[in-house]
Ligand binder design. Structure first.
Ligand SMILES: [Zn+2]
Length: 462
């Protein structure tokens, strides 16, 4: 591109804004147009046009993400403090999750021309897909199906074969739905790798387990892929948990567990044994252990419920990660000395009891943080306690005591922001910590305490 054809930044802003205003105005008129008498054939036509426009819109959006990804000017968002990442600005402006912002950057990086330091831009990693997205021919489902199929090909497949596979997949994506594209991907993989030759590298890329959100019944879905070594370990443990052995009720005679249930019990046994062995080392200075927190009222009710069927069992206690543990399980676990149990005064953050097998000052502090904070204490941060650092409300370097009342959870990011003065923190009368960036009053983080979120709603009404 030669300089004569380039517009100034101001001219580009004006031209693009004018076009977007025209699109907005057209959508306003469309929304105001009544289609009651249009007939379904016409509505199908309109739905098709809207879908095509949506895809064009997405293609343009990926272009913006792709151009942002290699910024020469960093984040020049007016009103954002220096140092704020353009990704964070996008997430809050577009109200997208951090995960979705990352996903869009990842897709954009594969379909946008790549900048080169020495010469003109290099063609995109997936040029065929790039053309189709740019032309507004594909949905996000299509893009995901094409990428998944290509990423599933083993490393042994040549670049030329991969290019051909990309052309074939995108060709089908232009005329079929995403499910069909996935099916074609399987056919191509079988054809290019008939003997199923996969390298260690292929396996390492595919390995992974995803632990789903815990359901209301306390159950969590586990899905994913084990590499051969992990499978060998699991099989070895599975052989120990054979029918009649390691039955949870101890009733070996009537072991009616399915193979799936025994596999589950094998994983549980392996994790429990590994933690009890102490061989897993330390995590942030504390021995790897299960941390559970509850309140005095809940514990008393659970004790009554255990002997009196008329008393309902209270809801679950909280674990140090993001999970919940039914009270019955908690009472059973508490009998085993490897675990920690912290009990709190109701409606406050004052610890009453801390049970543990071994006294370690730093560990006790972490347990209190687990129990009181559950996770990062900065407002609206969801990072769970097990991924947090310990923040001194009065900085230790400034003479703050290393005392549980002065120690709070902060994720790596927020702890750093508090340490460098981006935020100031204050301990409130009830023992919780509040954060402020100087633009508003100090606020506490309630996202790890859903019961408080609901309480606040009532307080506001009152
Ligand atoms: Zn945080």
């Amino acid at each position: 591109m030669d300089g004569a054809g380039l517009l100034t930044a101001e001219a580009v802003h004006a031209a693009v804004r004018a076009e977007l205003d025209a699109v907005d105005a057209a959508y306003d008129r469309l929304r105001a147009t009544c289609t009651d008498l249009a007939g379904n054939a016409f509505r199908v036509e309109v739905a098709g046009r809207l879908e095509a426009q949506h895809r064009l819109n997405r293609g343009l959006s990926y272009r913006m993400f792709g151009e942002i990804a290699a910024p020469v000017d960093g984040c020049d968002n007016p009103g954002s403090p220096a140092g704020v990442k353009v990704r964070d600005v996008l997430a809050s402006r577009l109200r997208l999750t951090a995960g979705e912002v990352r996903r869009r950057f990842r897709v954009a990086a594969r379909i946008r021309p790549r900048r080169s330091l020495t010469g003109p831009p290099v063609a995109p990693e997936l040029p065929e897909l790039a053309d189709a997205v740019n032309a507004g021919e594909l949905s996000d489902d299509h893009i995901a199906a094409v990428c998944r199929a290509l990423d599933g090909l083993p490393a042994a497949v040549s670049a030329a074969q991969k290019e051909k596979a990309e052309r074939t997949l995108v060709g089908h994506a232009r005329s079929q739905d995403a499910q069909f594209v996935t099916a074609i991907g399987t056919v191509i993989a079988d054809c290019l790798n008939p003997d199923g030759n996969f390298t260690d590298e292929d396996r390492a890329r595919r390995r992974g387990l995803a632990l789903g959100r815990q359901g209301p019944d306390g159950m969590s879905r586990l899905t994913g892929w084990l590499d051969p070594e992990a499978r060998a370990y699991l099989e070895a443990v599975g052989a120990v948990v054979r029918p009649g052995r390691h039955h949870p009720d101890g009733d070996a005679e009537r072991d009616r567990r399915s193979p799936e249930q025994r596999c589950h019990d094998a994983i549980k046994l392996a994790c429990k044994t590994a933690i009890a062995s102490g061989g897993l080392g330390q995590h942030r200075g504390a021995p790897i252990s299960v941390v559970v927190t509850t309140t005095l009222a809940e514990l008393e009710q659970a004790a009554r419920a255990a002997v009196d069927p008329a008393v309902p069992m209270p809801p679950s206690a909280r674990t140090g990660g993001t999970g919940r543990l039914p009270m019955r399980e908690l009472i059973r676990l508490a009998g085993e000395s490897i675990h920690y149990l912290a009990v709190f005064e109701d409606h406050s953050a004052r610890p009453l009891y801390l049970g543990r097998s071994k006294r370690l000052a730093t560990t006790d502090h972490r347990i209190i943080c687990h129990a009181r904070d559950r996770g990062c204490t900065k407002p609206n941060c969801f990072v769970p306690g097990c991924d947090c650092e310990i923040h001194h409300a009065h900085e230790w370097s400034a003479g703050g005591p290393t005392d549980a009342d002065n120690l709070f959870f902060g994720c790596g990011c927020d702890h750093a922001a508090a340490s460098d003065g981006t935020y100031t923190t204050t301990v409130m009368d009830d023992g919780r910590i509040a954060w402020s960036d100087g633009t508003g009053p100090p606020r506490v983080n309630d996202v790890h305490h859903p019961e408080r979120l609901l309480d606040n709603g009532e307080d506001d009404d009152g």
